[in-house]
Design a protein around this ligand. Structure first.
Ligand code: IMP
Length: 198
């Protein structure tokens, strides 16, 4: 099965491939446009991205809309995580906004809403979350985005090896739920398994 990955985020591309390929999915990139994320939820934005990529390529398309929700910021930046503050300044901006805030008020979670759209219009949705706190400083070089300021058990996601991040992360949980739903879908739609995109 060939699925197009509906993202332009290089950090996500790496994780999508890592999570989709063990499912027997050939995850391919395509020269697709970047639709405006006009939804008001992670789920709506994931659908907008997957539907656009499916329409443009004629292949099943998988997207995720994801973000960091910080309790102290009333759930922000949330769906605006990619557009929050200047590029390169996003982690620092979160740390600055939480300056002086004690550990017990630094709760946060990541959300990943995965959406897969098939050329026949069918769709599969799955959501994953993971909970932690905002660290007092950025630590670790692994991962992308806010990984180096999101901490669980004293370790940031930026300090974790990739397999460990996948086992704990919002995206890892969302793709595990997606895999289960995909298996159920393919069992009742065997023709879709033959899709090679050729
Ligand atoms: P979008 O889903 O493309 O709108 O962007 C999500 C944004 O949330 C990314 O650009 C990152 O800044 C952040 N984000 C989503 N998932 C992760 C993650 O696994 N680690 C760190 N940051 C993430």
């Amino acid at each position: 099965m060939k699925f197009v990955i509906a993202t332009h985020n290089p950090g996500k591309v790496v994780e999508f491939k890592r999570l989709l390929e063990p499912m027997g999915i050939e995850a391919v990139m395509a020269d697709i446009s970047e639709p405006e994320e006009t939804g008001t939820s992670f789920e709506e934005n994931a659908y907008i991205k997957a539907a656009a990529a499916c329409r443009e390529t004629g292949l099943p398309a998988v997207a995720d809309d994801s973000g960091l929700c910080v309790d102290y910021l009333n759930g922000g930046p949330g769906i605006y995580s990619a557009r929050f503050a200047q590029p390169g300044k996003r982690r620092l901006t979160v740390l600055e906004k939480l300056q002086g805030v004690p550990k017990e008020q630094r709760g946060a979670h990541f959300v990943s809403a995965v959406c897969c759209v098939f050329p026949n219009g069918d769709r599969i949705d799955a959501v994953g979350k993971c909970f932690g706190t905002i660290a007092f400083e950025s630590r670790g070089e692994n991962g992308f985005g806010y990984d180096s300021i999101f901490e669980q058990d004293g370790v940031t996601f930026g300090e974790l090896p990739s397999a460990e991040k996948d086992a704990r992360s919002h995206r890892g949980h969302a793709f595990a739920a997606f895999e289960e739903k995909l298996r159920g879908y393919l069992a009742t739609h065997p023709a879709d398994q033959k899709n090679t995109g050729d």
